[in-house]
Design a protein around this ligand. Structure first.
Ligand code: F6R
Length: 611
């Protein structure tokens, strides 16, 4: 949540920062602002989208070569010009942008108020900038020293970047819990919450770690820890192309990312699935195979869509590996004093690799002695680095706020893990192993086949765009798909939607059914098919409208449902990878038909870096 960008170097900072903020808008988009160094520091900030900053027509935007910018997802204080970042200290000496939450800002604010400080905003950030200033004044210390002292007293998560009057050639950044990447150029440096604002200028990057301070000038980056000890920066090469973060002719990132899936799944399988030799290579699992094969149980922690991927993995791992699996919301796990320790494997699933609750859940399990395995999309992200081992999903950058291609890539990695561990444990036969590999190899083509039906799904969307509520039902492997379908619809279209295991319907939700309630069944051919048919009949008997995701050649449900979305047949283990695609497309078109901004739904942010 919240995106920050900064530039220091030789070109005009404003266009670099403005473009960077637009790329980071997925992290928050209720207000934004930029501060530039001219003779003195000038700040322009506005409620609304980043495009509002284009109204800044002062001369400074073409001349300043140093600046900081921010796009906000409100935590403390409503979206407004005053609450937008950057924030400036009472003396006007320090200007700061912040991503994260300062949890003890209330007590710090009280202290400062007693000393006579005044505040223009309701934010924790304005407290922080004044807290640093106060330390600087009282201790007569440098900004760097004051930041070190202040950050030791601060509770919470942050990335901050600070500019100081009188030091036009220096930015100081610090991080704990929220992400920060530094792009290394020739005589210029770029700072951002992720690499997307940096990629078109340089591929050399440094990921700043927790409790590190970066002192940055056009020609130098000095990294130190909070104890003032120098740290040698580790420069990495970005494995990302500009085209991956642009819309490529699609109306929305969400649609592009849905259509990316045959390619992203191929990338996910590349170098891992070898059909010639019938091998599956997952280095992160192989290197720790004994940990997995001897695991007493596996705990999966994640949030949102990634949690749904975890639920599918529970079915996969228990079926193929006979290891007990628990799937937990990271936000609950971290606070509920869980029984976890040596012998447990904790799999953390995250697209961004920065979700605050998932990060803390990992820390907690790690401290208790569990082995941590990260299934992460964002390379070099905090969760990837905190894990003992892991497997990247290689879905490429996902910019639309609703997760689509990241979900299917997560499922693919988790399926590969289950197949690999199952073979090692001999809980699946060689014949089953070979069959699963063959099925996996066909997945990208099958996804492509579903995408080719998108026009007919658009027609289905037209019938339901005005619905007020929706029910999604599925069984077995398709139950988590029902949850995911409901989540996608509500976040994109703001239609109230609930997902349930189809058999649970009779324990409550059936009371909702009448002629106005669309009920979407994930009803592909699997072991539960006949049961699902009965559930559909029960809905039809109560005049509910039925939409069904069905397998090719299924005439029975086609004859019962009001509308169908057809997918190729696939082994039930991998069914979610295929059956989720029509629900993604349906949500997309319903959101578009309702005139909504599907890439940036209200109140949401792509990367939830606050708890
Ligand atoms: C829904 C969605 C969210 C994320 C959740 C976890 O479309 O995108 O529910 O899945 O915020 O995010 P990650 O996977 O980045 O940890």
């Amino acid at each position: 949540m919240c995106g920050i960008v900064a530039y220091i170097g030789k070109q005009a900072a404003y266009p670099v920062i403005l473009k960077g903020l637009k790329r980071l808008e997925y992290r928050g988009y209720d207000s934004s602002g930029i501060a530039l160094f001219g003779e003195t520091v000038n700040t322009f900030k506005k409620k609304g989208r980043v495009a509002e900053l284009e109204a800044w027509d002062e001369e400074i935007i073409s001349t300043a070569t140093v600046g900081i910018g921010h796009t906000r997802w409100a935590t403390h204080g409503e979206p407004s010009d005053a609450n937008a970042h950057p924030h400036t200290s009472n003396s006007g000496r320090l200007t700061l942008v912040h991503n994260g939450i300062i949890e003890n800002y209330g007590s710090l604010k009280q202290e400062l108020v007693q000393k006579g400080y005044t505040f223009k905003s309701e934010t924790d950030t304005e407290v922080l900038v004044n807290f640093i200033e106060d330390i600087q004044i009282n201790n007569n210390s440098s900004l760097e020293e004051a930041m070190r002292i202040a950050l030791k007293r601060v509770v919470g998560a942050y990335v901050i970047i600070v500019m100081e009057e009188g030091f036009p050639n220096r930015l100081i950044a610090a991080r704990k819990g929220s992400p920060l990447v530094i792009g290394v150029g020739e005589g210029e440096h770029f700072l951002a919450s992720d690499a997307s604002p940096i990629i078109e200028y340089t591929k050399k990057v440094i990921y700043v770690n927790d409790y590190e301070l970066a002192i940055i000038s056009p020609d130098e980056i000095i990294l130190k820890n909070l104890g003032n000890e120098p740290i040698t920066p580790y420069i990495q090469q970005l494995d990302m192309e500009l085209a991956q973060i642009e819309k490529g002719g699609f109306d929305h990132f969400m649609l592009k990312e849905i259509f990316d899936q045959p390619g992203s799944l191929t990338d996910c399988l590349r170098g891992r699935l070898d059909m010639e030799n019938l091998t599956l290579t997952l280095a992160g699992v192989e290197e720790h195979m004994s940990v997995f094969s001897q695991a007493k149980r596996i705990i999966i922690v994640a949030c949102g869509t990634s949690w749904h991927a975890g639920l599918v993995a529970e079915y996969m791992i228990e079926t193929l590996c006979r290891i007990p699996v628990e799937v937990e919301y990271a936000s609950e796990f971290r606070y509920r004093n869980p029984v976890v320790g040596e012998g447990d494997v904790l799999i953390a699933i995250s697209q961004s690799g920065e979700t605050a609750d998932t990060l803390v859940a990992i820390e907690k399990a790690k401290e208790a002695g569990a082995f941590i395995f990260g299934v992460v999309n964002a390379v070099g992200s905090s969760i990837a680095r905190l894990s003992h081992s892991g497997a990247y999903t290689h879905a490429g950058p996902e910019i639309g706020v609703a997760s689509t291609k990241a979900f299917t890539a997560q499922l693919t990695v988790l399926a590969m893990m289950a197949i690999k561990i199952g073979r090692e444990k001999k809980t699946i036969t060689e014949a089953e192993y070979n069959r699963y590999l063959a099925e996996l190899a066909l997945i990208p083509e099958k996804v492509k086949a579903v995408l080719e039906t998108h026009e007919s799904i658009k027609e289905v969307a037209k019938h339901y765009a005005d619905a007020r509520d929706f029910l999604f039902l599925g069984r077995g492997y398709n139950f988590p798909v029902a949850l995911e379908g409901a989540l996608k619809l509500k976040e994109i279209s703001y239609i109230h939607a609930e997902g349930y295991p189809a058999a649970e319907m009779k324990h409550g939700p059936i009371a909702l059914v009448d002629e106005n309630l669309p009920v979407l069944f994930i009803a592909t051919k699997d072991a539960y098919y006949e049961k699902i048919v009965s559930n559909i009949q029960e809905i039809k008997a109560r005049k509910g409208m039925v939409i069904a995701v069905i397998s090719e050649g299924d005439t029975q449900i086609r004859g019962m449902a009001d509308h169908v979305m057809v997918v190729p047949e696939v082994d039930e283990l991998l069914a979610p990878l295929i059956s989720v695609i029509p629900t993604q497309i349906l949500s997309y078109y319903i959101g578009v038909l309702r005139g909504l901004d599907v890439d940036k739904p209200r109140n949401l942010a792509k990367s939830v870096t606050v708890e």
